[in-house]
Design a protein around this ligand. Structure first.
Ligand SMILES: [Zn+2]
Length: 93
């Protein structure tokens, strides 16, 4: 384990703490979507998904305020959300 010596940004390394486990470093975080944010973790973690209540072991986990969400539920919830048009044409042709 190594501790980054340069913390010029002032922000600590992002991590996620699944259930009763130790904090796991987050490698990458994807843009939030419908209150959900998908994270890629350094190692697979075991956690209980809030929406479906099942236990999962995955290196991909989404977070929602106060709970963890498995990739399956993340996809389901993302698809269930009404798609927002990427571009709204402000110009009328
Ligand atoms: Zn789930």
């Amino acid at each position: 384990m190594s501790i980054p010596t340069s913390t010029a940004g002032g922000s600590p390394q992002p991590s996620i703490r699944p259930g009763n486990g130790e904090p796991v470093p987050i490698i990458a975080s994807y843009p939030p979507w419908q209150g959900l944010q998908l994270h890629s973790l350094a190692v697979a973690v075991e956690f209980r998904c809030g929406p479906c209540g099942l236990r999962h072991e995955s290196a991909m986990v989404a977070t929602s305020p106060g709970t963890l969400v498995c990739p399956s539920c993340y996809a389901r919830l993302s698809l269930a959300a009404a798609p927002v048009p990427a571009q709204r044409s402000a110009v009328r042709w």
